[in-house]
Write a protein that binds this ligand. Structure first.
Ligand SMILES: *[C@@H]1O[C@H](CO)[C@@H](O)[C@H](O)[C@H]1NC(C)=O
Ligand SMILES: *[C@@H]1O[C@H](CO)[C@@H](O)[C@H](O)[C@H]1NC(C)=O
Ligand SMILES: *[C@@H]1O[C@H](CO)[C@@H](O)[C@H](O)[C@H]1NC(C)=O
Length: 265
């Protein structure tokens, strides 16, 4: 539907007989909807070299066509529009204010646990946004990504669960909220999750030192054992010699006693 109010209020004044009018399909649109601009000559006079301006800056040039459509509006399309064209001379239209309303803001991805997370925990990720306009039957769809990997695509629930986090789940996560026909697609900023392993792997130098220490201990132990063993052996020999010595003396003594006995008359 064309807004013709501006056309009705438009009365040429002054010396100029050829004036320009910018017509718009709607002065207020919801993001994702199309918006058509039409540059119109007074009494349908032929115009050429039509330029469309947003906030005073040219954004579209067309030699023949006096119509331009923005297929998917977004918030950057807010502003005052006008057009200029060549007829017998150069003309400029008055400005028309266009308002693009936001349906929902870009989502924010939130995690139930703050990073770093210990391995084995359950992590809930939620893609949070809010509908700013009432639209009966409007359904948002949520997708979850880790880096370039899709974890969950076009789900009506805004949550995703990592049941048991492992170190491989560490990375940059982000989510996307879209309308059913994809007229609006908005992605969240990235959220970094770091999952820590329960037993951290010691570095290589630690292994080298460990085995070196064990090796030295073993060597020292063996040497000690050998020393102790030799010492014990030596002592055993000594004791044997001592007992042998004393045995012989006793026998000698008994011989002597016998002899004395025999010698006694
Ligand atoms: C808005 O739409 C234009 C194309 O019409 C696109 O170039 C621009 O990146 C969009 N801006 C945002 C914030 O999505
Ligand atoms: C995660 O979500 C599930 C279901 O949505 C809920 O039962 C559970 O309590 C949540 N856990 C945490 C840690 O938020
Ligand atoms: C997408 O759906 C919305 C309603 O949810 C509608 O207003 C819009 O025109 C549709 N867009 C396209 C490209 O079909």
């Amino acid at each position: 539907m064309w807004l013709l109010t501006a056309l009705l209020l438009w009365v040429p004044a002054g010396a100029q007989t050829d004036w320009l009018l910018l017509q718009v399909s709607s002065r207020v649109v919801t993001e994702g909807e199309p918006l058509t601009l039409r540059c119109h000559g007074w009494k349908n006079k032929r115009i050429y070299n039509v330029l469309f301006y947003q906030n005073g800056k040219v954004f579209e040039f067309s030699t023949g066509n006096s119509e331009f459509t923005i297929l998917k509006t977004n918030l950057s399309h807010n502003g005052i529009y006008h057009c200029s064209a060549m007829g017998k001379q150069g003309f400029e239209s008055a400005g028309v204010h266009i308002t693009v309303k936001e349906l929902f803001p870009a989502p924010v991805l939130k995690a139930s646990l703050s990073s770093p997370i210990l391995e084995g925990h359950l992590v809930n990720l939620s893609c949070e946004t809010k509908l700013l306009l009432q639209r009966p039957g409007l359904q948002l769809y949520f997708s979850f990504y880790m880096g370039s990997k899709t974890l969950l695509s076009r789900n009506t629930a805004s949550e995703y669960q990592i049941l048991t986090a492992t170190r491989e789940d560490s990375g940059l996560y982000w989510c996307e909220a879209t309308t059913e026909n994809g007229s609006i697609v908005k992605r969240s900023p990235e959220l970094e999750l770091q999952v820590l392993g329960l037993q951290t792997q010691p570095p290589v130098w630690f292994h080298v030192l460990f085995y070196l220490a064990v090796g030295i201990l073993f060597l020292v132990d063996t040497i000690f054992c050998m020393i102790i063993y030799k010492e014990l052996e030596r002592k055993k020999k000594c004791n044997l010699e001592v007992s042998l010595d004393s045995g012989q003396k006793k026998r000698v003594n008994s011989h002597l006693q016998k002899e004395r006995y025999l010698e006694e008359p």
